[in-house]
Design a binder for this molecule. Structure first.
Ligand code: ZN
Length: 196
């Protein structure tokens, strides 16, 4: 049983159990150079957020099954009909109709390149990626948007052909389940728990 709050859906409703707000005893802050004068107190506390995926859930569920889903506007009245989106966009930004879900895995395997990249030597709070983090903007032929992700092996270069890898062992169902490596990477060089 998790020490944090957990949630499930039953009969169309969220059922939550456990603590979603946890407080710990505070401590005083004192000025060591000034007779230990009282300056303030710390306020420790933890919050567990419920982050609902809504219609994007299919995308996050797909990653653990090595499937990349994007969306496409299929509205014949829309000027942007046929436009393909990845990241997954529920609605077309032009006509606001609900997009169709389309599988883009094969396209990502054959036609993805690094559009640009950024190497981050020191990440901020709550980072779980190995530093330096190699953030990449992924450009996929036939897709109108750029996907932001991270390179798990090798050094990024603009225009480099890359292929997706997926966390299939204990997937966390978050965007971190999807990563990329240079197209000629051997299986032994990809992170544990990931597969092509
Ligand atoms: Zn549209």
């Amino acid at each position: 049983m998790s020490k944090y709050g957990t949630a499930m859906v039953k009969n169309g409703r969220y059922k939550i159990s456990g603590d979603f707000h946890r407080i710990s005893p505070h401590t005083t802050i004192r000025d060591a150079d000034n007779y230990n004068r009282l300056v303030g107190i710390t306020k420790p506390g933890e919050i567990t957020h419920i982050h609902s995926y809504g219609s994007e859930a299919v995308f996050f569920e797909g990653l653990g099954k090595k499937i990349i889903y994007g969306t496409r506007c299929d509205n014949p009245e829309c000027e942007s009909q046929g436009t393909v989106y990845l990241p997954f966009r529920i609605h077309c930004p032009d006509c606001l109709n609900k997009n169709s879900v389309v599988e883009l895995t094969d396209l990502c395997r054959k036609h993805a390149r690094i559009h640009t990249f950024m190497v981050c030597e020191r990440a901020g709070a709550f980072n779980v990626l190995k530093e330096p983090v190699k953030f990449i903007d992924v450009e996929i032929e036939g897709v109108s948007t750029i996907l932001m992700s991270y390179l798990s092996y090798g050094e990024p270069e603009i225009g480099m052909r890359i292929i997706p890898i997926f966390k299939t062992i204990d997937p966390g169902c978050s965007i971190l389940d999807l990563s990329w490596v240079p197209a000629d990477t051997y299986e032994e060089n990809i992170p544990q728990g990931f597969g092509f």
